[in-house]
Design a protein around this ligand. Structure first.
Ligand SMILES: Nc1ncnc2c1ncn2[C@@H]1O[C@H](COP(=O)(O)OP(=O)(O)O)[C@@H](O)[C@H]1O
Ligand SMILES: O=C(CO)[C@@H](O)[C@@H](O)COP(=O)(O)O
Length: 560
């Protein structure tokens, strides 16, 4: 049999990318990135309709462009024949959800609904359903719902149930009109195959679906709101298939658009961070993978189901079949650095960066690297987009202490890098101390490629060595591996993901090792971080929430 290939498509927060992979060894022969034309819509719709606070939407057309531009681009770059591409696998941010009609057409693309924000794709970091999430948590706890423990005792406003309830509360017409609500991962797969099926990974982590028990009961849903009683048999209906299953085959119409052969195997979708796990070879317990980009997701396998405070979820077979897959995360990491460079860096720093031929991140990192740990005198809490673990509260906000008239932008930048590392340590400790052992750390995603100082800080703060993915596009590589499993060994793919990982996963030789004198200083700073974390995050001082309430009130009375 001639060499066979798969294409992995990774849908991130700001762009989507395709990677063409050699299935015999995991080598990535070409990649191509398509930025989303409409970016993240957090202020207004394309028509100019204004959005409220904490909204984050996307445009489904942007997802199509990724397929139509990036897949032909990788075929062209490699000259590989479409005949030899046996499958496509995709991964997506999640819960990124859209309402569709009976034909699978997004409601936002239909004229009568285009001006209603609720008809659009709600991106994972849409946080405006926090009131619904709070009620879900209260009612589920009061009813002692057994599934709640699998989600660290609280579900997030980022997830399906909270988002759908918000639609029902604020736009009942859209809720009624929707034939189904689907994860964007499943929608894109459905576009390729002509048939929408759901995948067990997004269903398990984001829609509270369980392999044996299914979704939360109708009694629970009706206790939330009688209108939600039949939610799972109506708006969320549909087969849930395990990871690595074949969702279907590429249709003639889509094949013509993206340059592949009709009949190419299409795998069920996956979550971006979760797809990265086999791509670094972490197919056994004890290996915690940090998918580091706009946000960080922390993924870990365990032999049994345990309760861990604030984890996003534990799902049987959720990452690798045969294990319990644990997820936790920080809702903003790269996003905090981006906010800082866009909103807080003075003109002189930009001029110096330009004169040095550096982008602003590289410039600030170089200057920050001239400092020793602790030298800035600053300490920050990393809650610019709320806290996803261990407090699970999107109403928490960021803070920085210790500034003086002499504080420099690179000191603040370093304090932000450090704050995100402290947040990650908190998560690692929560797993480890609850019996889900963390023995090794792996990092993948955009940030480890972009910032060595950041990675050294993480190694020092956590006092652990960090191994780095060799791939620049780890989730896409993982998605291609699941694609290869969907095609099967007979077609030149693999029978299971562990075999695929043995042949295709790669990590770099270079690792980041903790430097003992840095570790000692960071232990002290982490103790301070912990105190601040609990003071502001566990109810001692609810000032962040009070400020938010005052802000919302002020916005209401000043609205035109
Ligand atoms: N040199 C850098 N150091 C730290 N962060 C950076 C640097 N360059 C870009 N970033 C951040 O990286 C993030 C994008 O990460 P990436 O992994 O490429 O994207 P995604 O999360 O969409 O997959 C942005 O939030 C940006 O602020
Ligand atoms: O929430 C999840 C996964 O559970 C992610 O999709 C989300 O954090 C977005 O990831 P990126 O930072 O865009 O890679």
């Amino acid at each position: 049999m001639s060499n066979k290939y798969a294409i992995g498509v990774d849908y991130g927060t700001q762009s989507g990318r395709a990677v063409l992979v050699d299935l015999s060894n995991g080598h990535e022969l070409a990649d191509h990135v398509t930025p989303y034309r409409h970016h993240v819509m957090d202020e207004e719709l394309p028509s100019g309709v204004k959005l409220e606070h904490d909204w984050a939407l996307q445009h489904p057309q942007d997802y199509m462009e990724v397929l139509e531009q990036s897949i032909p681009a990788v075929l062209k770059a490699t000259g590989i024949s479409a005949e030899d591409v046996i499958s496509v696998g995709i991964d997506f941010t999640a819960c990124t959800v859209l309402p569709v009609d009976a034909n699978g057409t997004p409601l936002c693309l239909l004229e009568p609904f285009a001006n209603n924000p609720h008809a659009w794709v709600k991106l994972w970091k849409h946080h405006a359903a926090q009131p619904e999430a709070d009620q879900i948590n209260e009612i589920a706890a009061a009813r002692n719902e057994k599934w709640l423990k699998r989600y660290g005792g609280k579900i997030s406003s980022e997830w399906m149930l909270a988002k759908l309830w918000q639609v029902l509360n604020e736009a009942p017409d859209i809720y009624e009109e929707a034939d189904k609500f689907v994860e964007a991962a499943d929608w894109v797969v459905g576009i390729m195959t002509g048939n929408i099926v759901r995948n067990s990974c997004t269903a398990g982590y984001k829609s509270n679906w369980h392999k044996q028990d299914g979704y939360p009961s109708e009694e629970f849903l009706s206790a939330l709101d009688p209108r939600l009683e039949k939610l799972t048999s109506t708006k969320l209906r549909g087969e849930v298939l395990p990871l690595g299953s074949k969702a279907g085959e590429l249709t003639e119409e889509m094949a013509a658009k993206i340059g592949l052969k009709p009949g190419t195997a299409i795998a069920v979708g996956n979550i971006d961070a979760h797809a990265a796990v086999p791509a670094v070879g972490a197919v056994t317990p004890g290996k915690l993978v940090m998918a580091m980009g706009t946000s960080i997701c922390h993924l870990l396998l365990g032999e049994e189901e345990r309760e861990v405070e604030g984890m996003c979820g534990v799902v049987e077979d959720g990452i690798i079949p045969g294990y319990y897959g644990y997820e936790a995360g920080q809702s903003a990491v790269g996003d905090i650095f981006e906010w800082f460079v866009e909103e807080c860096v003075p003109a002189y720093a930009y001029r110096e960066a330009e004169a040095a031929g550096e982008n602003i991140h590289v410039y600030l990192t170089r200057r920050a690297n001239e400092l020793k740990p602790g030298q800035s005198g600053l300490l920050a809490l990393d809650w610019w987009n709320g806290n996803r673990s261990v407090l699970v509260d999107t109403n928490l906000t960021g803070t920085m202490l210790g500034m003086t008239l002499l504080t420099k932008p690179w000191e603040m930048y370093r304090a932000l890098l450090e704050a995100t590392a402290f947040g990650s340590r908190k998560i690692v400790e929560a797993f480890h101390s609850n019996g889900v052992t963390v023995e090794e750390l792996y990092a993948c995603g955009g940030l480890p490629q972009k910032n060595k100082l950041l990675m050294q800080i993480y190694a020092d703060v956590m006092n652990r060595e960090i191994k780095i993915a060799a791939s620049r596009q780890t989730p896409a590589l993982g998605a291609a591996m699941f694609g290869a499993v969907a095609a099967g060994a007979e077609k030149g793919g693999y029978d299971n993901i562990v075999e695929a990982a043995q042949k295709m996963a790669r990590i770099r030789e270079e690792t980041f090792k903790p430097i003992p004198e840095n570790v000692a200083v960071y232990n002290k700073l982490y103790a301070e971080y912990n105190q601040l974390h609990d003071y502001f995050g566990r109810g001692d001082n609810e000032v962040m929430k009070r400020l938010k309430a005052i802000k919302e009130k002020a916005a209401e009375c000043c609205a035109p």
